[in-house]
Design a binder for this molecule. Structure first.
Ligand SMILES: [Zn+2]
Length: 214
């Protein structure tokens, strides 16, 4: 057993540090090829894209029935996105929940946690690019399938409704129809109109037969 140089001083903790450390991905392969095009360190986007791609390949390897990348369709990509929901951290309220549509619910609830739409959208973008780089046939890219785009739009709309968050950016300031022009001085126009019509008609018909009696 080799305890190591114990640089940080706290080397006495015991724990399974040999395998299955999810926050420590294996280092990328050492670039033995002398190609000069990958000299720079990977950007955040590139490293994230590589991680996502490996996650997807892992998903394919574990898929039952077996699924190869070549046979992967948009439906499989959607299946993958739904699979990822179990790791999500975004509370998406069910329509029955009293917090449905509230951006800031006052209390916790038992609605499921899912992947936020923005995360999925960015993920699909990275995987789509990674697929092109690894396969080279953009016409068969399952991440660019129409069904995937439709699914993402549905997720976006549903989460916007469930969480009370409008994802649309405010491009143009439309005049909201909430402020109706005030005619006259009566605030409650409808009621006043009805009451006024009733009273005037009752007054014109005289006091022969009032409709209500108590
Ligand atoms: Zn809820």
């Amino acid at each position: 057993m080799d305890p190591g140089p114990a640089a940080a001083g706290d080397a006495g903790e015991e724990g399974p540090s040999a395998s299955s450390a999810p926050d420590d991905p294996p280092p990328p392969l050492a670039p033995s090829a002398p190609s000069a095009q990958l000299q720079q360190p990977l950007s955040r986007y590139e490293s994230q894209k590589r991680r996502d791609w490996n996650t997807f390949l892992q998903y394919l390897r574990n898929h039952r029935p077996p699924l190869s990348l070549a046979r992967c369709s948009g439906a499989h990509v959607i299946e993958f996105l739904k699979y990822l929901d179990q790791f999500g951290k975004t509370r998406v309220h069910a329509p029955e929940c009293t917090h449905f549509g509230l951006p800031k619910p006052p209390a916790p609830c038992a609605c499921p946690l899912k992947q936020a739409w923005g995360s999925l959208d960015a993920l699909i973008g990275r995987l789509r690019a990674a697929y092109d780089e690894n396969d080279g046939r953009p016409e068969s890219n399952p991440f660019g399938a129409k069904a995937v785009g439709i699914y993402l739009r549905e997720v976006k709309a549903n989460q916007a409704k469930a969480r009370g968050i409008p994802y649309e950016k405010k491009r143009k300031r439309k005049r909201l129809p909430g402020t109706a022009p005030v005619e006259g001085s009566s605030a409650s126009g409808g009621e006043a109109t009805v009451a006024g019509a009733f009273s005037s008609s009752a007054a014109s018909e005289g006091s022969s037969a009032p409709p209500t009696s108590s």
